[in-house]
Every structure is written in structure tokens, then in C-alpha cells.
Design a protein around this ligand. Structure first.
Ligand code: SAM
Length: 290
């Protein structure tokens, strides 16, 4: 039984980190948030409810994990750093509904991990992760076979602006298009650098993305649509025709034909297209492939 059981989760984490002589690993982006009031507010923002299954990625010292477990049905936390095991044991050892999996989430089979943890029930994701893997993690989550119902995640302010961007704007990018296909994003709260230990050099935003029951577009072939989206932004200064040629092995005539039939200028750049225009292109490619 924990020696620190009568203290707050925040103090409990601080004492556990100190007792095991924990040193933050810069290369793992270990900027922790221990402030329980802030974390409680972030969980209020994401409206964690008693029947929620929550997948937390990168629990760190586990203050957020403990607070989630106190509100939700179950939490599975996936942490890469085994050095945090004594701290997370201390933080979560007395809770029946919290479990930690020590694994690199970038290499995990998301659908399988979530399926095994929550018995096939719907789940939500909450994460404060190193910013250099956020985009990859978001893409893995939204494009996996068993996507979460919602994702609440800390991102750099610039990333939040990109994610929230509109088609045709300077920031509109493959990530924004993939996320828009999945759902609707909003900023829950801006979080200053000094909320983190150690503080990063950037301002952060806690954002929420809710999966849409019926997405903005309904492509005939989902995988092919996602290939078109990624091809459209692959080489930003090239025309969509050139990017399609490279990604789908088309000749100039075939690429121009698809664009014309989609009602688009043959010199259009992919990064100005809306999801429905990208979907028209993908559906025509699906017809010609099928
Ligand atoms: N969520 C905690 C908090 O708010 O205090 C920790 C945040 S810290 C920014 C990021 C956490 O993600 C660290 O605990 C780090 O070890 C973990 N992490 C980094 N890369 C990871 C990966 N590929 N898979 C799982 N966890 C990872």
C-alpha cells in the first residue's frame, strides 16, 4: 500500500518522482503537467463521464491518469518510458480501473490495443505528448480500424491553427484534411509554457476533435481517398496533376482527364482543394482503377 495515499495526486507524484530520483528525458519530450487544478479543469473541458473508456497516451507521472480514473469507467495509459514504472505504480497501484502498458505508441496496433483494453466498447483518447510525434499519432488514431469517439490532445499553438485551418488557406495541410474527414476540432483552452515542468519554449493549446457520425464526404473507396489527400499535399509547389502522376503512376493525359471530369483546372494545386473536390477526384480514380 502506498505511503503517500493520504496526499493529493499532485503531491503524491512529486514525492514519487523524487523518491525514485527521476530525471526528465528531453528526447522523449518529458514536459510534465502536475498542477492538479489545471488538469481537473482540462478534464472538465473534455467532459469525461463515468461510462467513458479512456486511452491515455504518454501518462508521464500519472497525475492526469489518476484524475481520469476517478471520473471514468476505465483508463489504459500507454507509456514508452519504463523508468516511470515506480512512479506510475505509486500513482495508480490502488485503482482497479487504471492500467499501464509500457510500449512505444508509435509502433502499437491502435485498434488492437483499444479493442483488448475496452472489450470492443467505444473509447476516447486523452494525451499530452511530445509535439514532434503529435501529427503522426493523430493520423494513426483517426485512420485506424477502430478510431476513438473523440480525441483531446495538447498541441503547440501553431499546430492548433493548422488543424483548425480552412481549405485554400496557407495552413491547410494533409493533417487538417485528414482530421476534417474524421471530425470537428475546437480549442478547449490555451495553456501557458509555465504550466509544464520543465517549461517548453512554446505556447500550447488543448484541443478536442469529435468524430462525426456522418463525415463531410463519403468516398467510394476510403483508402484511395486518403491516398489522394496525401498526394495532394505531397509536393506543395507542384500541380495536383503532377502529384497524382507521381502517386498513382498516371501519365499526363490520364491525370488531366481525371481533373477535367472532376470539373477542376488541370493546373490546380492540390492544397487549395476542399474535401468534396478531393473526394470527386478520388471517386473518378476509383472508377478507373476498378
Ligand atoms: N501526460 C503527462 C503530463 O501531462 O504530465 C506527460 C506529458 S510529456 C509531454 C509526454 C509523455 O509521453 C512522457 O511521459 C513520455 O515519456 C511519453 N512518450 C513519449 N514518446 C512516447 C511514445 N512514442 N509512446 C508512448 N509514450 C511516449
Amino acid at each position: 500500500m502506498s505511503e503517500f495515499r493520504d496526499v493529493s495526486p499532485e503531491l503524491r507524484a512529486r514525492l514519487a518522482l523524487e523518491r525514485c530520483g527521476f530525471h526528465h528525458t528531453h528526447s522523449l519530450g518529458q514536459n510534465f503537467i502536475l498542477d492538479e487544478r489545471l488538469l481537473g479543469r482540462l478534464l472538465d473541458d473534455c467532459a469525461v463521464a463515468p461510462d467513458d473508456n479512456v486511452l491515455e497516451i504518454g501518462p508521464g507521472a500519472g497525475v492526469m491518469t489518476r484524475l481520469i480514473a476517478m471520473r471514468a469507467k476505465a483508463v489504459l495509459a500507454v507509456e514508452i518510458d519504463r523508468g516511470l514504472e515506480p512512479v506510475l505504480d505509486e500513482m495508480l497501484g490502488d485503482l482497479d480501473n487504471a492500467r499501464v502498458l509500457y510500449r512505444d505508441f508509435m509502433k502499437a496496433d491502435v485498434a488492437r490495443v483499444a479493442g483488448e483494453a475496452f472489450g470492443g466498447e467505444p473509447y476516447r483518447v486523452i494525451a499530452n505528448l511530445p509535439y514532434y510525434i503529435t501529427a503522426d499519432i493523430l493520423l494513426r488514431l483517426v485512420n485506424c480500424e477502430r478510431p476513438p469517439e473523440s480525441i483531446c490532445i495538447m498541441v503547440q499553438r501553431e499546430a492548433a491553427e493548422r488543424i483548425m485551418s480552412e481549405p485554400g488557406s496557407k495552413q491547410w495541410c494533409a493533417l487538417a484534411a485528414n482530421l476534417r474527414f474524421y471530425g470537428a476540432a475546437s480549442v478547449l483552452e490555451e495553456v501557458p509554457a509555465d504550466a509544464f515542468d520543465p517549461p517548453p519554449h512554446v505556447t500550447s493549446c488543448f484541443i478536442r476533435i469529435d468524430r462525426q457520425a456522418s463525415p463531410e464526404v463519403a468516398p467510394k473507396d476510403r483508402a484511395l481517398f486518403l491516398r489522394v489527400v496525401n498526394a495532394a499535399f505531397a509536393m506543395r509547389r507542384k500541380t495536383l496533376a503532377n502529384n497524382l502522376k507521381a502517386a498513382f503512376g498516371l501519365d499526363q493525359g490520364a491525370a488531366a482527364d481525371v481533373l477535367e471530369r472532376a470539373g477542376l483546372d488541370v493546373r490546380v494545386r492540390g492544397e487549395v482543394l476542399t474535401l468534396s473536390e478531393l473526394c470527386r477526384v478520388a471517386d473518378l480514380l476509383a472508377e478507373s482503377e476498378g
